[in-house]
Design a protein around this ligand. Structure first.
Ligand SMILES: [Cu+2]
Length: 339
């Protein structure tokens, strides 16, 4: 750093002496010319930089969106990028071209041009209209995505904790039983299911934390947290939503591409849809990677048929009473709660 300063200082000193020797005007004209060319060079260097970044990062881009809402997001993104991109290239080209074309010379003096109503009107209204259109598209999509999910949507609960995701399915009745944070214990009630609510009897908590979804079937996620604020990030579906302790947040979308199909599209046989935690939540934040499996209805049903209710897996009953434990009736649930 010091060396650079010394060099710049020496060059400045040298040009100062040169100015005295050769006459200031002549030197100024030459400096102006050099500066103008350097600006042009800077412009092309900048364009090359943009192209370079694009080349370097293109392989890391997410594959095509795997949800209907994601397709809408992507199209908004492209529209915004094209509109702002065109404006960027026009304004930047003009900026550097003007600096070159209208560089100061002996022949040309500066022209005082303080105000022009027509120009002011033009460069205020055009961006205002463009922004209004972009915001309107965004609002329309936002209203759709945050609206109530369709009636046929499946419901899955996703609860973040330090440091993994707990996924609960409502079971055959399609209803999630009540939860109470005071009933949470890591031994046999990770979500604090209230066993006095019989809707909990058939609820399922996926053993390996996999979120199984049916392709082309809307899904509504009920999102919560057991401790701090997490965030359900579903990059391949272009969705994300905060997981906040004490309240239920929701998102809904329709997955449109099965995991199997996405493996073909990406040419990656190990491809998995992931849930990332998009909110810094503690020292294990990086490890909160969940898996989403999008499959056909038949595959989903086959998987679901193999799942044990959380009640049964968390409360292994004595061997003699095994039938009651596997499918807890309201009575057996009550009996356990009374103890
Ligand atoms: Cu987290």
């Amino acid at each position: 750093m010091m060396l650079v300063f010394v060099i710049i200082y020496q060059i400045a000193k040298a040009s100062e002496y040169a100015t005295i020797l050769r006459g200031e005007e002549k030197i100024n004209a030459r400096v102006n010319r050099t500066m103008a060319w350097l600006l042009v060079a800077f412009f092309f260097l900048g364009l090359y930089g943009i192209w370079m970044c694009h080349e370097a990062l293109i392989d890391r881009m997410l594959p095509v969106s795997a949800s209907d809402h994601g397709v809408q997001y992507d199209s908004m993104f492209v529209v915004t990028l094209v509109v702002t991109g065109i404006v960027f290239f026009i304004t930047q080209t003009a900026l550097f071209w003007f600096a070159y074309r209208y560089q100061s010379t002996e022949k040309r003096t500066a022209f005082f041009y303080p105000h022009n109503n027509k120009l002011e009107l033009l460069w205020t209204t055009v961006p205002a209209i463009a922004m209004a259109v972009l915001v309107t598209i965004g609002l329309r999509n936002w209203i759709h995505m945050t609206s109530a999910p369709p009636k046929e949507a499946m419901v899955v609960e996703v609860v973040g904790k330090q440091f993994n995701w707990l996924i609960r399915y409502p079971g055959k009745d399609g209803v999630m039983g009540k939860r109470d944070f005071r009933k949470i214990n890591d031994a046999n009630n990770v979500l604090g299911l209230d066993w006095s609510d019989k809707d909990n009897a058939d609820d399922i908590i996926a053993q390996n934390g996999e979120l199984h979804l049916v392709v082309n079937k809307p899904v509504s996620l009920l999102i919560g947290s057991r401790d701090v604020i997490h965030d359900v990030g579903l990059p391949h579906f272009r969705m994300k939503m905060d997981a906040v302790p004490g309240i239920v947040t929701t998102i809904w979308f329709t997955p449109t591409i099965t995991t199997a199909r996405m493996k073909e599209i990406t040419g990656n046989k190990d491809f998995v849809y992931e849930i990332s935690c998009d909110q810094m939540c503690g020292k294990g934040h990086y490890s909160m990677r969940g898996t989403v499996i999008v499959e056909t209805q038949e595959e989903y049903d086959a998987w679901m048929a193999k799942q044990q209710t959380y009640y049964a897996s968390a409360n292994p009953a004595p061997a003699a009473d095994s039938t009651a434990a596997a499918q807890p009736t309201t009575d057996s649930v009550k009996a356990i709660t009374m103890k």
